[in-house]
Design a protein around this ligand. Structure first.
Ligand code: HEM
Length: 483
């Protein structure tokens, strides 16, 4: 097994991993030469064009390879051969039936280590299970329902600033709202107290790093994208460590994840270090706002092009909620079914957490193809959701494909926007609620039009989002809900 200095301890936090890109490149190349078994067929010559295309337009690259090689294939991406596995059977294999044969930390999510550290996304084994157990109570149904009022309050306050005829970047707007919600609901952090810190902008700067071509990502030194990412990280760290120190000093606790993390104790009485609390907080702040931000933007994009569905969702909101703001009971119990269909279809076409990088432990067989052990293996919801032999008109926005009777015909593993198995997205219900609150308010009060001539181009952060933001023109169609 390739060792980046990050081998996971079964009982405690993992030792620090190297973030030296040259050392990692060298280890990868050396290791690849030693893999005894053949890789699945694919495009394995060194190609800068392919490496670039995997950053700029991975969907086309993966769908093209699927057509040529089938659901299991190898692509050399920059310096390394990666096995991609697509489609229902592959997703089920990696996420559920053989999940134990795949490690997260040794996969390409290791690129997130410099920003996120050892949070839920980058750890395995008992340390992962223990960490997940600590934060899970914060995602129980009643705790999420309790956050609904706060989400409505934040969304209403942000929408109240929109003026009829205004032009704005919907993606940046949503990032601000979603980050404020995550800070308050998950961590009891008051964003208004952080006057000298624009946390949303700093996250955006930090995440911009992952949209660079690979050779830019390995560059180091002053002025490099990596240095810019570290500067943004330092500002976010000051916020998180500041709150950890304050809570430890004052003993103040609340109904939030930070309190759960600070008080968590092992059987032997040991506590998580400040560094590990920070890593979990940073991971949840990142995962908790970036995905929802992208989903709201993609939903608005599709609804701007599919006015019939925008009108249906707005009419449904007015019919069911009247002049009331959305509430947890209605949203979580399927009380706005048309909005649910639109959300499901948006997440099919643009699953923000589009790729699931892993490393195989032992060799395995999938769809009749042998794959070696100890190699990078990635499932991809985005490409899986666009396969022509699984989805009718895969690139078309057709929310009705998620009506119960149609949904029931989907093969197991076909639709995986939140992953699956024991590591399914922990924030799924929270994220769905948040997106539906924002969409329900926004679509009842406003009609959004995309700036004429603007074309959607997608970039990675490492989730997917609209490159350069999403410029929209705002038209108010009714007075504020609940006013
Ligand atoms: C539309 C919203 C969201 C989508 C589509 C989404 C998607 C995903 C996916 C696909 C995974 C698994 C990745 C893999 O298999 O490699 C995941 C994991 C995770 N998500 Fe989400 N997510 C969303 C919202 C959230 C929110 C709101 C939070 C936190 C508040 C969150 C926190 C996490 C965490 C911590 C993990 C890692 C879980 C673990 O490994 O135990 N996500 N998410």
């Amino acid at each position: 097994m390739v060792n980046y200095g990050s081998r996971m301890s079964l009982v405690g936090p993992p030792p620090p991993a190297t973030t030296n890109p040259m050392k990692r490149l060298w280890l990868d190349v050396r290791h690849e030469r030693r893999v005894p078994d053949p890789y699945p067929p694919g495009d394995t010559n060194f190609s800068l064009a392919r490496a670039r295309a995997m950053v700029r337009d991975p969907l086309s690259v993966l769908l093209g390879a699927y057509e040529r090689y089938g659901p299991v294939f190898t692509l050399r991406v920059f310096h390394e051969r990666v096995v991609f596995v697509l489609g229902p059977e592959a997703n089920h294999h990696v996420l559920v039936s053989n999940a134990r044969n795949f490690l997260w930390r040794e996969g390409h999510f290791r690129e997130l280590l410099p920003l996120l550290g050892d949070g839920l996304l980058t750890i395995d084994g008992d340390f992962h299970r223990r960490s997940r157990r600590i934060v899970l109570p914060a995602f129980h149904h009643e705790r999420i329902a309790a956050a609904a009022e706060l989400i409505v309050e934040e969304a209403q306050a942000a929408l109240a600033r929109w003026e009829d005829g205004a032009r704005l970047d919907l993606y940046a707007w949503t990032r601000r709202v979603a980050l404020r919600i995550a800070m308050r609901a998950l961590f009891g952090l008051d964003p208004d107290k952080q006057r000298d810190l624009d946390a949303a902008a700093e996250f955006q700067h930090a995440l911009d790093f992952y949209g660079n071509d690979y050779w830019m990502q390995v560059a180091r030194g002053p002025g490099s994208p990596f240095a810019r990412m570290l500067r943004a990280r330092a500002k976010l760290d000051a916020l998180v460590f500041g709150e950890i120190t304050r809570r430890r000093r004052t003993g103040e606790r609340g109904e939030d994840i930070l309190s759960l993390l600070l008080d968590a104790e092992d059987e032997d009485g040991s506590r998580l270090s400040d560094k590990h609390v920070r890593d979990q907080v940073m991971t949840l702040l990142f995962a908790g706002h970036d995905t929802t931000t992208a989903t709201v933007a993609f939903m608005v994009y599709e609804l701007a092009a599919n006015r019939e569905w925008a009108d249906r969702v707005a009419a449904e909101g007015a019919r069911v909620l009247g002049d009331r703001p959305p509430d947890a009971q209605t949203l979580m119990a399927g009380g706005l079914p048309e909005l649910d269909l639109v959300l499901d279809e948006t997440l099919r076409l643009y699953p923000p957490a589009w790729i699931g990088p892993r490393r195989s432990v032992a060799p395995f067989e999938l769809c009749g193809v042998r794959v070696p052990g100890d190699v990078p293996v990635e499932y991809c919801s985005w490409a899986s959701h666009r396969l022509p032999d699984v989805w009718d008109q895969p690139h078309a926005f057709r929310p009705e494909r998620f009506l119960p009777e149609a949904r029931a015909t989907l093969p197991r593993g076909a639709y995986v926007p939140f992953g699956g198995g024991s590591r399914t997205c922990i924030g799924m219900r929270f994220g769905q609620l948040e997106i539906k609150v924002i969409a329900s308010l926004l679509l009842r009060e406003f009609r959004l039009e995309l700036e004429p001539g603007w074309r959607l181009r997608i970039r990675q952060t490492p989730t997917i989002g609209p490159r350069g933001g999403m410029p929209v023109r705002v038209r108010r169609v009714r007075s504020p809900v609940g006013a």
